[in-house]
Write a protein that binds this ligand. Sequence first.
Ligand code: PLP
Length: 286
Amino acid sequence: MSRIVYVNGNWVPEEEAVVSVFDRGFLMADGVYEVTSVLGGKLLDYPGHAARLERSLGELGMGMPMDADDLLEVHRALVEKNDLVDGMIYLQITRGNPGDRDFAFPPAETPQTVVLFTQSKPGLADAPKAKTGMKIITIDDIRWGRRDIKTVQLLYPSMGKMMAKKAGVDDAWMVEDGFVTEGTSNNAYIVAGGKIITRNLGTDILHGITRAAVLRFAREAQMEVEERPFTVAEAKAADEAFITSASSFVMPVVEIDGAAVGTGAPGSVATRLREIYLEESLKQAI
Ligand code: PLP
């Protein structure tokens, strides 16, 4: 079934959803994106995604293309028009179409390009990997220095996913100066000495919306959290490892570079956090 896509104020069938070849997103990766999960037709963690979008745009000298209520309305209408039950809403905003290719930013009044579409994933919350766990490899982190901005420059994460695929595993964790930064499209955690350890926020990782929620729920459940960088050796020796992201929620990692983590099966902390996250986020879903 053809999706109904939102493009610059218009609702169009996906076959007719087009942007200019001069769009800055296409030519310069000059744009940002957000992915919001939908479960049972409701948006998860929407306020967090909307706030991060505004921040990402602001860091690149752009404003929000519409006010917060209208943006939420577009999300809701997209769910409705596409009968979306479980899946994701992808949103992308670029610096627009200046009418030609030029490195310099176009005048501020150039209309931004705003695109939103749905991705249907029936049974998203029951992903089989949550029961078996993911296998990952580690790769060098050679991305730019502002990973806290959610830009559409996803070439290296795509290459990382392909390296993982070639190695016969599910994903890759990126490593800089011996310390894990994050996964190709998720935040990375270990459980060691009874603590949940994950890299502290800064410009070297994306400030995951799921990360913020999971750490809050963990603390509320009296789990100890330590926000600091950890090494690959620590991860391999940890009791558990896991990732978080809007589309995978909390997902256990059971193997790193061919070595089993803990018992080699999903750990109790990751499993519990997944349950809590899904339960609590669904309560607050809009
Ligand atoms: N880190 C990176 C590099 C990502 O691309 C993502 C999600 O796309 C995340 C972390 C997780 O962020 P969130 O929980 O907001 O989906």
